[in-house]
Write a protein of this length. Structure first.
Length: 205
């Protein structure tokens, strides 16, 4: 009986040590992803971080089972939003700060509610900033390579990863050059049209 109890205690101690080791590895992985970003983290570290997110969601009762966050559109969308949202926020802060405070106060004095003042005064006056921020985020997003490559994997392809594969994987330089030229024309056309729309919106405001 003593031998059996000793074996059980040894096995339980080993299991606890393994769990503690896994927890330390997961914490280190999450810290590495947070500090270095996706470009400085390995696939194993990103997977450990995703496991932490799944454990937190299950502990809160949000989901019943693990949610797949790697090699799909959902994980890529979350990561791209996390990376490029500050650029949009910075542009919007400057646009909203340039709106005179007296205009909002006048709308409130005339009987407009907070929601009505925002929709009819703040939002139209900040439209040039929204458009400028959208252009900036669009240009940065469409040229992103590292994040789609790490989180999208080989199955989920975007324009930048397609061009990368044509040049360095398939060594098909004519196709890669054609795709790069097409992407450049698309971006320049959209930026030009958005710039004209921003100037018209600013002139009306």
């Amino acid at each position: 009986m003593d031998v059996v109890s000793r074996q059980n205690s040894t096995e339980s101690l080993t299991v606890r040590k393994q769990k503690a080791t896994r927890a330390r590895i997961a914490a280190a992985a999450a810290q590495s992803v947070a500090q270095k970003g996706l470009a400085g983290a390995t696939i194993e570290q990103i997977a450990h971080a995703a496991e932490i997110v799944n454990q937190a969601l299950q502990a809160l009762g949000v989901v019943d089972g693990p949610v797949k966050l790697l090699f799909n559109f959902a994980g890529l969308l979350i990561a791209m939003t996390h990376i490029f949202l500050p650029f949009m926020v910075l542009v919007l802060i400057g646009a909203i700060q340039n709106i005179p405070r007296d205009v909002e106060d006048a709308a409130r004095v005339l009987g407009a509610s907070w929601g009505s003042a925002f929709l009819r005064v703040t939002l139209p006056l900040s439209a040039p900033g929204i458009l400028s921020g959208s252009i900036l985020v669009f240009v940065l997003t469409i040229s992103a390579l590292v994040t789609p490559r790490l989180l999208g994997g080989p199955t989920y392809q975007v324009m930048s990863t397609l061009i990368f594969d044509e040049f360095l994987q398939r060594l098909n330089w004519p196709a890669g050059s054609a795709q790069a030229l097409l992407l450049t024309i698309m971006v320049l056309t959209l930026v030009y049209l958005s710039g004209r729309l921003a100037r018209r919106t600013g002139a009306r405001a």
